[in-house]
Design a binder for this molecule. Structure first.
Ligand code: HEM
Ligand code: HEM
Length: 560
């Protein structure tokens, strides 16, 4: 291909032509160079003008993306000095308090990174902060996608990739956390071993395989190291690339608003607007992580000491993303049963498998369950406002409450110590709260959503308060209502009806397929509930007055 990506081509590549008109020479030159060799012109032409919709919540996925890049960079730096060995060495480095102490090579090398390698402590702290931000960013991004229904057709696959990313990120965090082989990370490893060994049939084999023999063995750090720096980041990288490509191909959803429909995208072109914003946002994320790494101490392993299987310090906590599993372990009663001569430690098995199982399976299946319940197979490119799908929002908040209570109870010792409450009371509170909390959260969220829907309906039918009070000829005071601004009205009009699967026979008495089975009846019932709790918007179009005070009542009152 001989066409070059010259200024003329680039000019066509924008929506309005203006943005690329003054393409700087170096960019046009590079583009032309690449086009001559790779034939990249048409690819760039197509993709540079791709339009991206804008909303603050769409930046959350980017936080996860940029934190991941920072993890790769800082993690690579750490690999130059970290030694994943469990062989014993006697410490003779600059940290006086540990001189002469026997420790693993892994722990000694982490001390070396912290105290002897130039910039090492900064990189370690940045790596750790980036890990926390990565998982936190991913979680809030996922909640954004959930509450706006952005997982609906055609984005179900990208949602599933997301669930895999989340699961892998937890595994990546767990393996990374274990690497320094300090007393705190060893406590985490001990729990991991306890959970693995509790699994029926495979538990013992799995533990021996993982630890290379009896706990703690000599191999686990080296194995976790391979997983942490090679296997899991490799899969993460591949999946994140697939996630981005799918998002690119399917286009991003947009919030409802003026001129936005299921068949268009309103926003700014990738080049230059979105690219500049993304660049600035990366620098912003980098600065935040570098700032945290510089000023906020994290994981000071020299204060914990090297790992010895017999010790554990008070107040040990995992990183925040593992807190929910810790909480589940802490509130579980000490149940143990004997089945065919085998001991089943339910007190470990249930908390390890059930919360993770419920949260991850529930997440993975939700788009498909919702599709089944509503029978909605249409494509959706306009995001829902959370209030407009009250059952989905309530289910989401219920799940967040379930997760949040477990997470909080993961620190029940700290809570008890801080508030001077008996430890058993916090545990018993947790046992009740984990059942009642999600139900209560559901009911409250549902009421809030319906209230907000009513408010929207009110805005559309009565307009908004103008602050102007009029006195009528009969002495009555009214407040003048005016129609909402057009962009707000368009935003509200974006409310979509949730479809309902037919549960009853049609006019000719023929029931829908499968409607008579128990499952069919349950589906019709759920569908009706999910879809009909919906307050229609009735537009009045004109603002009008509302009685503020009764006749005569206001005569002596001053109203501003
Ligand atoms: C993508 C997600 C990643 C997460 C969530 C993550 C998480 C962590 C965590 C929590 C630690 C413990 C840090 C500490 O001791 O304070 C750690 C250590 C480490 N990570 Fe990562 N990491 C990730 C990616 C990577 C990558 C891609 C590499 C290498 C290419 C890497 C290399 C290392 C090394 C060598 C250590 C041990 C060094 C030390 O603790 O000072 N990590 N990681
Ligand atoms: C490594 C972690 C992740 C990264 C780096 C990432 C990154 C992104 C980015 C940058 C976008 C576009 C901007 C935005 O909507 O925020 C996006 C969209 C999306 N993500 Fe993620 N994401 C991650 C994890 C997840 C998870 C855990 C889920 C759900 C379980 C998920 C589901 C989606 C979906 C469905 C979209 C399309 C949204 C739309 O078009 O409105 N992602 N992701």
């Amino acid at each position: 291909m001989t066409t070059t990506l010259n200024n003329a081509t680039l000019n066509n590549a924008t929506l309005n032509g203006a943005a690329l008109k003054e393409t700087p020479k170096p960019i046009a030159g590079t583009a032309s160079y690449l086009d001559d060799r790779l034939g990249a012109g048409s690819f760039l032409k197509r993709n540079l003008r791709k339009v991206f919709p804008d909303h603050w919540s769409f930046l959350l996925g980017e936080i996860a993306l940029y934190s991941f890049i920072i993890l790769l960079l800082t993690g690579t730096f750490l690999t130059f000095w970290f030694k994943p060995g469990m062989g014993h060495v006697v410490y003779d480095g600059p940290y006086q308090q540990l001189r002469g102490v026997t420790m693993s090579e892994a722990y000694a090398s982490t001390l070396k990174i912290s105290f002897e390698v130039r910039g090492g402590l900064l990189m370690r702290q940045m790596h750790h902060w980036a890990a926390l931000l990565f998982v936190a960013g991913m979680m809030v991004h996922m909640l954004r996608v959930f509450f706006t229904g952005a997982y609906r057709k055609p984005r179900e696959l990208n949602w599933i990739i997301g669930v895999l990313l989340l699961t892998l990120a937890l595994a990546e965090g767990l393996t990374g956390y274990s690497l320094p082989d300090d007393l705190l990370s060893g406590a985490g490893l001990r729990i991991t071993e306890g959970v693995a060994i509790s699994l029926p049939l495979i538990g013992t084999y799995l533990t021996f395989f993982l630890f290379g023999g009896e706990y703690p063995g000599e191999d686990v750090i080296a194995r976790f190291y391979s997983l942490h720096i090679l296997l899991i980041p490799g899969i993460l990288l591949a999946l994140i690339s697939a996630h981005m490509i799918l998002m690119w191909v399917q286009k991003h959803t947009q919030m409802p608003g003026t001129g936005r429909s299921n068949t268009n995208v309103v926003g700014a072109p990738f080049y230059p607007a979105f690219m500049l914003k993304a660049g600035a946002y990366f620098l912003f994320t980098f600065t935040a992580i570098a700032g945290l790494g510089t000023f906020a101490q994290i994981n000071p392993i020299w204060l914990f000491g090297p790992y010895t299987p017999s010790d554990i310090s008070a107040g040990s906590q995992p990183d925040f993303y593992m807190g929910f599993l810790e909480g589940a372990l802490r509130i579980m009663p000490a149940w143990e049963i004997n089945f065919l001569g085998y001991t089943l430690p339910l007190s470990v098995l249930i908390p390890a498998l059930v919360p993770m199982g419920i949260v991850m399976t529930g997440l993975a299946l939700y788009p498909f369950l919702e599709q089944w319940v509503t029978g909605d197979r249409r494509e959706h490119h306009i995001a829902d406002r959370p209030r407009n799908n009250p059952h989905r929002t309530s289910i989401g908040i219920s799940a967040v409450t379930f997760y949040g209570i477990l997470w909080l109870l993961g620190a029940n010792d700290e809570i008890s110590a801080f508030f001077h409450i008996d430890l058993y009371h916090t545990t018993i509170f947790g046992r009740f709260a984990i059942i009642l909390g999600p139900a209560l959260a559901y009911a409250i969220t549902y009421r809030i959503c319906m209230g907000l829907q009513r408010k929207d309906a009110d805005v559309m039918s009565h307009g908004v308060e103008s602050g102007v009070i009029k006195r009528m000829p009969n002495g009555q005071y009214i407040e003048v209502h005016v129609p909402p601004a057009e962009d707000i009205a368009d935003h509200l009009r974006g409310k979509a009806l949730i479809p309902i699967v037919p549960g009853e026979a049609d006019s000719e008495g023929i029931p829908p397929k499968g409607a008579r089975s128990i499952l069919g009846k349950a589906r019709a019932m759920m569908s009706k509930k999910y879809g009909t709790e919906h307050i229609p918007l009735e537009e009045d179009g004109h603002g009008h007055g509302h009685a503020a005070l009764g006749p005569g009542e206001g005569d002596h009152k001053e109203v501003h």
